[in-house]
Every structure is written in structure tokens, then in C-alpha cells.
Design a protein around this ligand. Structure first.
Ligand code: ZN
Ligand code: ZN
Length: 393
């Protein structure tokens, strides 16, 4: 049976792919600079005689044909980039690139997709259809590697019917996987505001435009804007995360800069909110006598999991990993550029448990002590191969 064969190979290959992950972990590269990583992946695909082409500079698309390759095309996606974080784990495969770390687990994602690729290639006479492997750059930075891959035609020739990706989740124990239909993660847009006015002596505010006071009002109004205009059942959050202005006690500065993030799970509300944020910012600053520059840098949309596909994937994963190990995942306001694919073709983004409380593996992603229980690699590559081979839509 196909399922048993995949499990058998995942178990047999586990050691080889843990070594692959150690290599990737030790050699992390920043977004859009994944040159060595890309080279490494191409070498592996070549070794296993999987045909591939490159796009988006460091991106790779591989094609594995099973029996009757035209019957269906399933895409499996991994991201390859690391973060500007200095690793604090004392491990044999610690990052060798100063100030760069695979702190979001994209080394594990790439490893699982490589492992799935080798399994699917080995078993290509045992399953139907075509699997398109997508190794993409730049998940962590705007505009998002996914959007560039899409512009360069990743979803054409051949066009996949559906796409899957996994993300490591240290909050979930190794062995577990979780899924969710509909909205899964939020859109993320960055806000940059500069408030300008005539600064001056703090003892004579009447001769100045108080940019600090304007900024204070604006921050409060922006919070009220979200809470008073958004449907309480529609997840959305705005956080002002940076405020810079002034450097002493007796001078009102002529400029204050604010930065923040706006997140949502509804495209209509998202762009309506952008207009409201701009309007209230411009009007408030102007009413208080200042001038304003405001920029909203539009990032990733929200991640939308196709209901039917997710239901099927969840059922298939239960067959593979046991129903007790598969659950429904909670909503998160984090962002993920897989979202771009998910608004174009049926998509399913699921989570792979990599935590192990007993072993002290609990650090969150994007922290210097993040790591995974590597038993997750066998499960991650097995499930991914199984979904690629067994989903038929
Ligand atoms: Zn991340
Ligand atoms: Zn990530």
C-alpha cells in the first residue's frame, strides 16, 4: 500500500534528512540571498534525477511525474530564507553565518520538501499525477518571494489544481499536526507616519507646533478607529510599535516619526481601514497645526485555506498520522506570504508540531533560542509526500 511505502521510506530516510537540515541550519541566508541554499537544493534534485528550472533568482521549481501525469497536478511549497538574528543555541550545527539564523524553521520546511521529493521520486510508479515542487525565496520580507514567483509564472505551465505548505509550530508537540479551513493567518501592512511642525522652546509651546502632543492624540485615535469601525467578529489589529522624536527636556521637536502594523483577515475591510487610517491621520495632524507624510506599505494578504481541500487534507493526514495526532488549529494574526498563492488556487497551509516540553524545546519562532525536535522531520516529509501523492481533485 502506498501509505505504508511512504511511511517506510520516511523512516528509512530520516537520518539522511536530519543531516540535510543540519547543513541548512548551519548555513542560513537572508531573504532573496538564498544562493548557497538554492545551489544545495539543485544539487540534491539533480542527484535524484528530478527535473527542475529556476526563477525569481534563487527560486526553484521541480517536477515529479507519477503514473498518468496529466490526471492532476499538486504543488508543494517550501520557503528557504532565514532571519537577521544571532543564534544562541549551543549545538553542533549552530549557524556559521554571523547574525543570521534559521529562526522561523524554513530550514525544516526545505528539508521536509526535499524529503518528500525523494520519496515521491522513488515511488513514482505507485501514484498518479504530477507533483510540482516549489522552493521559494524571501518569505520574511516584502514583497514576499511568493508574489515574485507568481509574477514569474510559477502557477502556470503546468497550472496546479491545489497547493500545500507546512509551517513548524513549537507550541505544538512533535508528532501532532493541525489544520484550519477558511482564514488562518492575517494580512500585514506597515504604517509609516512623519509628523512635522515648528519646534521650539518647551517653555513657550504657544510659539510652536507640538508634534509630540499631536503624535499622542493620533496614536489614541488610531486605536479608536479600529475598535469603532470594525465588526467585532472580524479579526483585525493595529499596533503602533515605534515613536521617535526629540532628545532633551526643554525642546519641542520639529518632527516625530511613528511606525506600526495593521493586520486583518478580510480584504474589503483591509483597504477600507487603510483609507480611514490615512484620513484620520491627515485630518488630526492638520487640525492641530502640523504637517504629515503617511505611507502604508501593502504587504501580504490573509491566508485563505480552501474548505474542501483542507477537509480532505485533514482526513488524509489522520489516515497517515492517526486521528489522535491531528487537530484544528487556532487563528493567528501573524502573516505568511503563502497567502498570495491561496487567493489564486485552492490552498492548504497546515502546522507541524516541533515542540517537546519535556526536552525543553519550547522557544518560539523568531527568537535566538528557537529549535525543533527533529523527530518532526520524518513526519513532515512523510505527510507532505502522502498529500502530494494521494490528494485527487
Ligand atoms: Zn517567520
Ligand atoms: Zn516562517
Amino acid at each position: 500500500m502506498l501509505k505504508e511505502k511512504i511511511k517506510q521510506l520516511a523512516s528509512e530516510y530520516a537520518g539522511e534528512f536530519i543531516a540535510v537540515r543540519h547543513h541548512l541550519h548551519a548555513h542560513p541566508e537572508l531573504s532573496y540571498k538564498e544562493f548557497e541554499t538554492s545551489h544545495f537544493i539543485r544539487e540534491k534534485l539533480g542527484e535524484w534525477k528530478i527535473e527542475f528550472t529556476t526563477l525569481a533568482t534563487t527560486g526553484i521549481v521541480g517536477i515529479i511525474k507519477g503514473k498518468n501525469p496529466e490526471t492532476k497536478i499538486i504543488a508543494l511549497r517550501a520557503d528557504m530564507d532565514a532571519l537577521p538574528i544571532t543564534e544562541e543555541n549551543e549545538i553542533a550545527y549552530k549557524s556559521q553565518n554571523p547574525g543570521i539564523m534559521h529562526a522561523c524553521g524554513h530550514d525544516v520546511h526545505t528539508t521536509c520538501l526535499l524529503g518528500a521529493a525523494k520519496i515521491l521520486q522513488t515511488l513514482k510508479d505507485d501514484w498518479q499525477g504530477t507533483v510540482k515542487l516549489i522552493f521559494q525565496p524571501g518569505e520574511e520580507r516584502n514583497p514576499g518571494g511568493a508574489s515574485i514567483m507568481i509574477k514569474e509564472g510559477i502557477l502556470e505551465n503546468p497550472k496546479p489544481q491545489s497547493i500545500f505548505a507546512l509551517h513548524v509550530h513549537p507550541g505544538m508537540e512533535v508528532g501532532k499536526l493541525s489544520f484550519r479551513s477558511g482564514m488562518v493567518m492575517a494580512s500585514a501592512d506597515e504604517i509609516f507616519i512623519t509628523i512635522k511642525g515648528k519646534g521650539g522652546h518647551a517653555a513657550s509651546p504657544h510659539l510652536t507646533t507640538d508634534t509630540i502632543l499631536i503624535a499622542s492624540h493620533l496614536i489614541v485615535l488610531l486605536q479608536q478607529l479600529i475598535s469603532r469601525n470594525n465588526d467585532p467578529f472580524n479579526p483585525s489589529v493595529l499596533s503602533i510599535t515605534s515613536i521617535h522624536g526629540g532628545n532633551t527636556t526643554n525642546v519641542i521637536p520639529s518632527e516625530v516619526k511613528l511606525m506600526g502594523t495593521f493586520r486583518a483577515m478580510n480584504e474589503e475591510w483591509r483597504f477600507k481601514a487603510h483609507d480611514l487610517i490615512k484620513k484620520i491621520s491627515i485630518e488630526t495632524v492638520s487640525a492641530m497645526g502640523g504637517e504629515i507624510d503617511i505611507l502604508i506599505d501593502v504587504g501580504y494578504p490573509f491566508v485563505l485555506n480552501d474548505e474542501k481541500l483542507t477537509e480532505t487534507a485533514m482526513r488524509k493526514t489522520k489516515e497517515f498520522s492517526g486521528a489522535e495526532n491531528v487537530s484544528e488549529t487556532e487563528l493567528r494574526m501573524g502573516a505568511e506570504d503563502f497567502a498570495f498563492y491561496s487567493h489564486l488556487i485552492p490552498a492548504c497551509f497546515y502546522r507541524l508540531g516541533v515542540g517537546n516540553k519535556a526536552a525543553g524545546i519550547t522557544a518560539n519562532v523568531h527568537t535566538p533560542k528557537f529549535n525543533v525536535d527533529e523527530k518532526a522531520i520524518e513526519i513532515g516529509m512523510g505527510v507532505m509526500a502522502w498529500l502530494g501523492a494521494s490528494i485527487d481533485n
